[in-house]
Design a binder for this molecule. Structure first.
Ligand SMILES: [Zn+2]
Ligand SMILES: [Zn+2]
Length: 280
């Protein structure tokens, strides 16, 4: 089965497909560093019908005999998302076919879908890769104590997932995970937040994780942070550097909170950047 309707890019030997997990009801109130009316007007100019919603993507990378999933969606937690499995199924991929699971970070909208109702791994045959600082952070009892009630639930989930996959858990070591797939540390949103640079042949694509949650707002105003950022100042610095690089190198961008189109380009604009789902 090959459903051409799902957005997809061929990067040399790898095909990268965007898999929508659906939407998470959120609010522009979560943003700092911008007036809510200005934020709403950017959303409206971009043609976004529900300006407070955050869209969730995972990505499937196939090639060289591998089936690699990047992030696992919400699994339907908190009535958000949960469509990833259906979309995988559309592609003719079952969870048991996934041999590698790459994680950008361990927030619930990225790992909620990794456990089934019994708390067992959904992706039973997958080797799992994550930044060592990410696992260290979620396993830190002092950080857990400092967390809000909502934060404590996030710690509990991250620990359940890390424990369930413990046998197959690997940490990034600065090298490629396999030829053509390089983890890139993008700290700030969480301590181990990372992207993945896929290069093959003369093509390159960056999966940038949670560099933005509201793509149009935060590219136009890279200083705007969201309440989910662990270290907003570091997240801002990272976001500015990545946007600059994406525009300069004319990279194809994939991101967990881009829209349904799944892939975007970044252009320099007055006072910031402009994100477009078209190459223009
Ligand atoms: Zn996140
Ligand atoms: Zn997220």
């Amino acid at each position: 089965m090959n459903h051409l309707s799902l957005p997809s890019f061929q990067i040399g030997d790898f095909s990268v497909t965007a898999l929508s997990d659906g939407n998470m009801a959120a609010s522009l109130d979560l943003l700092s560093g911008i007036d809510i009316f200005d934020a709403g007007s950017i959303q409206r100019s971009a043609g976004i019908a529900e300006p407070g919603n955050i869209h969730i993507n995972s990505y499937l990378i196939r090639g060289l005999g591998r089936t690699i999933l990047v992030d696992g969606g919400t699994g339907g937690l908190n009535n958000a998302g949960g469509l990833l499995k259906e979309n995988l199924n559309e592609l003719g991929v079952s969870p048991a076919d996934v041999d590698t699971l790459l994680l950008t970070h361990a927030h619930p909208d990225h790992i909620g879908g990794l456990l089934d109702a019994e708390g067992e791994p959904v992706y039973k045959h997958a080797e799992v890769f994550i930044h060592p600082l990410e696992a260290e952070y979620w396993r830190d009892d002092d950080k857990l104590k400092e967390a809000s009630e909502r934060g404590k639930r996030n710690f509990a989930l991250a620990r359940r997932v890390l424990d369930a996959y413990q046998q197959n858990l690997h940490f990034f070591d600065g090298n490629e995970i396999m030829a053509g797939i390089l983890p890139v540390w993008l700290p700030g949103h969480t301590p181990g937040h990372s992207g993945f640079r896929i290069s093959s042949g003369n093509k390159c694509l960056l999966i940038w994780g949670d560099i933005v949650h509201f793509p149009h707002i935060q590219s136009a105003n890279p200083a705007v942070s969201i309440a989910f950022d662990c270290d907003p100042a570091q997240a801002e610095e990272t976001r500015k550097a990545v946007l600059e690089q994406a525009a300069r190198e004319k990279m194809i961008i994939a991101g967990m909170h881009l829209g349904n189109a799944g892939f975007a380009y970044v252009f320099i604009a007055e006072g910031g950047y402009r994100l477009s789902y078209q190459e223009d």
